[in-house]
Design a protein around this ligand. Structure first.
Ligand code: NAI
Length: 414
C-alpha cells in the first residue's frame, strides 16, 4: 500500500505560490492553499487599471480555476505552531478562526505597504498594491474631477484638489504617474475641458534619482519625459508628515494636495514578523538555496517575503516565478521518490527590467542592453501580454487596450 499523500500547505496566491501550483504534479500531495486574496493578480499591469486603460477583472484569475483538485481557503494566516505543525488562520470574510495541520509548509505571503510609520499616511494616502487599491484610486480620481467641475468651487480649493501627488519614485510610483498623466492628457480634453490647465502632478522621491534600480541614463530620460509633460519631479525630497490636505517635506516646505498616492515600497506582513525564523535587515525570511528555512524540516519560504542568505534577490515577479518553479521541481522529485536534496541549488536568471513611463514610451534594461521610447513600449506591451497567465486574461487585456485606443477610457462615476 502506498503511503498517504503528504499534506502540503501553501500560504499565498501571488507569483511564487501560483507558479508552484501550476508546476506541481499534485498526486503525491494533498494540497491546501490559504490566501487573503482568492485570485491571482497580475501586478505588473495594476497601474493601468487605476485610470481604466485596463479593466480590473482583466488581470485576475481565480485560484479555484487556476488549479483543480486542491483545497483553497480564503483566509489570513495568523500564527505558526512549530510543535504541533499547524498554522492558525482567520477566514477572510467573517474572521472565524481555524487551524490547519501540515507536513510541508510553503510561506509565500508577499509583503504589505511600508509607510515607515510616517504620520498621517495610513489615514490620508491611497496605496497601489491590490485591486481594491486601484479601484479606490480610480474612484477618487473621478470624484475629484466631478467635484471640481462644480461652478461654485473657489480657485484655491480647485487648485488644491487638482494637485495629484505620488510619493515614491520606484517603478510603482513612476508607472502610476505615467498612467495618470496619460489619462489626464487624453480624457480631460474630451470629458472635462474646463479643467485643462488647472491640473498638476508631482512625483516626490527621497533618493538622488527616480527608478533607482535602473541605470542613471534611463532615470534621466524618464525625468525629462515627465518634465516635458509638466509632471513636477522632486528628487532628494523626503516626505515627513501628511495631513488631510498637505504634505510636509523634510526641508520644512509643504505642498497642498487633492489626491495622494503612496508608493514607497513594501515591508513584512504581520504573519512574517511573528515567525521565529531568522530575517534580513528588510525583515525577509532567510532561506538556504533550496528555499528551506534552516533548522526547520519541511518549511520553505519563497517570493517577496523571503530571500536566500547572502543573496539580496530583488522583490520582483520574475524572481518569485523562478522560485516557485524550482520549488515545484523539488516537490515533484520527492513525490517520485528521487532525493530532492540532490537538485542543484537555485540559480536566478535575470531577464531584465521594464517600466512604462507614459506617452507610449517605456524603458528597458535587458541583458545589459538599455533602450527607451516607442519601440520599447511595444516590447513592454508584448512582454506582459505573453506573460499573462490565462488566455482569458490575454484576450481581455488586448480588448481593453483596443477599446481605450478607439473610444478613450471610461469616466463614469457609480
Ligand atoms: P521601491 O522600494 O522600488 O521604491 C520606493 C521609493 O520610494 C524609493 O525610491 C524610495 O527612495 C522612495 N521613498 C521612500 N520613502 C520616501 C519618503 N518618505 N518620501 C519620498 N520618497 C520616499 O518600491 P516600489 O516601486 O513599490 O517597488 C517594489 C518592488 O517591486 C521593487 O523591488 C521593484 O523593483 C518591484 N517592481 C518592479 C516593477 C518593474 O520592474 N516594472 C514594477 C513595480 C514594482
Amino acid at each position: 500500500m502506498s503511503p498517504p499523500p503528504s499534506r502540503l500547505l501553501i500560504l499565498g496566491s501571488g507569483f511564487a505560490a501560483v507558479t508552484l501550483l501550476k508546476h506541481l504534479r499534485a498526486k503525491a500531495y494533498d494540497v491546501t492553499v490559504v490566501s487573503l486574496r482568492n485570485h491571482f493578480l497580475f501586478t505588473p499591469l495594476l497601474p493601468s487599471t487605476t485610470v481604466g486603460t485596463i479593466e480590473f477583472r482583466s488581470i485576475i484569475e481565480p485560484i479555484r480555476m487556476a488549479r483543480r483538485n486542491i483545497t483553497f481557503l480564503q483566509a489570513v494566516a495568523t500564527s505558526l505552531d512549530l510543535k504541533e505543525r499547524t498554522v492558525s488562520c482567520a477566514n477572510a470574510v467573517d474572521g472565524r478562526v481555524f487551524s490547519l495541520p501540515f507536513d510541508e509548509l510553503v510561506v509565500a505571503v508577499g509583503t504589505v505597504n511600508n509607510t515607515f510609520g510616517i504620520p498621517g499616511v495610513e489615514q490620508h494616502a491611497l496605496f497601489l498594491k491590490e485591486l481594491r487599491d486601484a479601484r479606490r484610486i480610480r474612484q477618487r480620481l473621478i470624484d475629484v474631477l466631478e467635484r471640481t467641475s462644480s461652478p461654485n468651487i473657489g480657485k484655491e480649493e480647485l487648485f488644491r484638489l487638482l494637485h495629484f501627488v505620488i510619493v515614491g519614485g520606484g517603478p510603482t510610483g513612476v508607472e502610476f504617474a505615467a498612467e495618470l498623466t496619460d489619462f489626464l492628457e487624453d480624457e480631460l480634453t474630451r470629458a472635462f475641458p474646463m479643467l485643462v490647465g488647472s491640473v498638476r502632478i508631482s512625483l516626490i522621491e527621497a533618493g538622488q534619482q527616480i527608478l533607482s534600480s535602473f541605470d542613471l541614463s534611463i532615470a534621466e530620460y524618464a525625468t525629462r519625459l515627465f518634465n516635458r509633460r509638466r509632471v513636477n519631479v522632486l528628487i532628494q525630497s523626503r516626505v515627513e508628515r501628511v495631513t488631510d490636505t498637505t504634505i510636509v517635506l523634510a526641508d520644512g516646505s509643504s505642498l497642498a494636495y487633492g489626491v495622494l498616492v503612496w508608493a514607497t515600497g513594501n515591508g513584512p506582513t504581520p504573519f512574517v514578523t511573528g515567525l521565529p525564523f531568522e530575517k534580513d535587515e528588510a525583515s525577509r525570511l532567510l532561506t538556504d538555496d533550496h528555499f528551506r528555512i534552516p533548522g526547520f524540516e519541511g518549511i520553505y519560504a519563497v517570493g517577496d517575503c523571503a530571500t536566500i542568505r547572502g543573496r539580496n534577490l530583488p522583490a520582483t515577479a520574475q524572481v518569485a516565478m523562478q522560485e516557485g518553479k524550482y520549488l515545484a521541481l523539488r516537490f515533484n522529485r520527492r513525490g517520485q521518490g528521487i532525493p530532492p536534496d540532490r537538485l542543484r541549488p537555485f540559480r536566478y536568471r535575470h531577464l531584465g527590467m521594464l517600466a512604462y513611463i507614459g506617452h507610449n514610451e517605456a524603458v528597458a534594461d535587458v541583458a545589459g542592453h538599455k533602450s527607451t521610447g516607442f519601440s520599447t513600449w511595444l516590447f513592454w506591451r508584448s512582454a506582459y501580454l505573453t506573460r499573462l497567465v490565462s488566455w482569458k486574461n490575454k484576450i481581455l487585456v488586448l480588448f481593453d487596450w483596443t477599446k481605450a485606443l478607439l473610444f478613450g477610457r471610461d469616466v463614469s462615476r457609480f
